[in-house]
Design a protein around this ligand. Sequence first.
Ligand code: FDA
Length: 508
Amino acid sequence: LASTATAIDEFLGCLSADIPSGLIQTPATPSSYSALLLSTARNLRYILPDTSKPLGIIAATEHAHAQTTVRCGRRHGVRVRVRSGGHDYEGLSYASVHLHNHNEPFAVLDLAALRAIHVDPARAEAWAESGATVGELYYAVGAASRSLGFPAGSCPTMGVGGHLSGGGFGSLARKYGLSADNVLDAVVVDADGRLMNRSSMGEDHFWALRGGGGESFGVVLSWKVRLVPVPETVTVFSIVRSRNQSAIELITKWQEMAPASPQELYLRVLVLNQQANFQALFLGRCGGLYRLMQDHFPELGMTEQDCEEVSWVQSTVFFGFSTTSVPPEQLLNRSSNPSYYLKAKSDHVQEPIPRDVWEIIWTAWLEKPEAALLMLDPYGGVMSSIPPSETPFPHRQGNLYQLQYYSFWYENGTAAAEKRISWVRGLYKEMEPYVSSNPRAVYVNYRDLDLGTNELDGDVTSYEKARVSWGDKYFKGNFKRLAAVKTMVDPHDFFRNEQSIPPLPAAK
Ligand code: FDA
């Protein structure tokens, strides 16, 4: 492990043999280093002065740059953190919080410039490089065909690289599953700096890439994905209800209705500023949606005036920007400068939460000024029929919905941070009796370091510590298989961070 200035110099020297110096930024040139570091660092909490920062950032423009970075890192003992879109909730792609109770020097391999997308509408497939944003992918698919879509999340500036590595949940999940369920091939730089694809890496490694969380299994440079059929016209709505307009009753009913409804409907709820916003995507026209809502959820009081009929790509604009009135070109806006501090936690709900509990949540928690945004995302549909071991993402049948406590704030200073974070932690604690247990399951793309961070066992990450603190919660029965794949593809544990998959313990 590099701990000396000499080792770091040797690492940088090794890089410069293959990578133009203009693509490597170090703290020696503070303004360009800082501009690159901040370019996609999304969470202000992890760019504070006391956060441990990379000793260098490599802005790769060719696949060979990623290979060189891994090889030089291995040779000179500098770890490499991969960054695609920089949206990691805990900043793991550009900052180190506390790893193994000491700071390991690391470099960031930034893939933002590797963002080519090729859509083949005739085969209903696309290749997307990891540095492309989800919004760019949506735009390219929409430009190629009005009747194809791709299942992924709502924030357009997320990177394809991290998003697909952890799963990728969004408005098409009930019909077509996660992004990771629709990955057909991938190009990866392994821990020896070799380029691999699905046939050369083998099915176990390929399985682990599709939901095992970023970083652990190598640098994914590009992804081949399956595009899915969508109607040329789909329908969205946004209906806001306050407490006086029966918001609590509606949420109570929604818990059973939304996960059981036909797969063509995705109806999520966002609760913010004491208002519940019911946002829908329906794979069909307004008339069909109206009839479905009359049959399944008349209490919401939806009318045909609430409908907006749009193309599928415009529905991604709706979920990304909460409006359909901006053009799809807005999906190409990559600017995601850190704008707020963020702390989130999440749960899976398996039994409807009783109405009186929602009443308490509303009055004791949501009415506080420091309350976070609650996001309720329905499962069911095809999510329930995909076996839990099909990909590393295990949260399938038996889950009604995912509940996220997402706090964001703009004020600087520790007092504001403490207030917001303790609100999130407090509600999370209070919710324990009403959510999944043994383990209390969490989606790895909603990364949460409160669950625990890795510790070393000799030179490698401790399997047992990782399993107990966060492994079972993110991956349930798939954790051991992920560790077995890690043992096979990265036995020296080169690709690691606070919650990377450890190798299996060596037989004693
Ligand atoms: P980032 O670059 O920070 O990487 C995340 C992790 O993956 C890091 O550990 C990184 O090292 C690793 N990694 C990145 N690129 C890699 C690569 N090419 N190869 C190997 N490892 C790589 N999720 C969801 O499912 N649905 C949603 O709707 C949303 N919405 C959402 C909104 C907002 C505002 C945020 C901040 C986040 C979300 N998410 C989400 C969560 C999101 O899916 C998650 O943070 C992804 O990991 C982000 O991917 P990025 O490439 O942007 O992150």
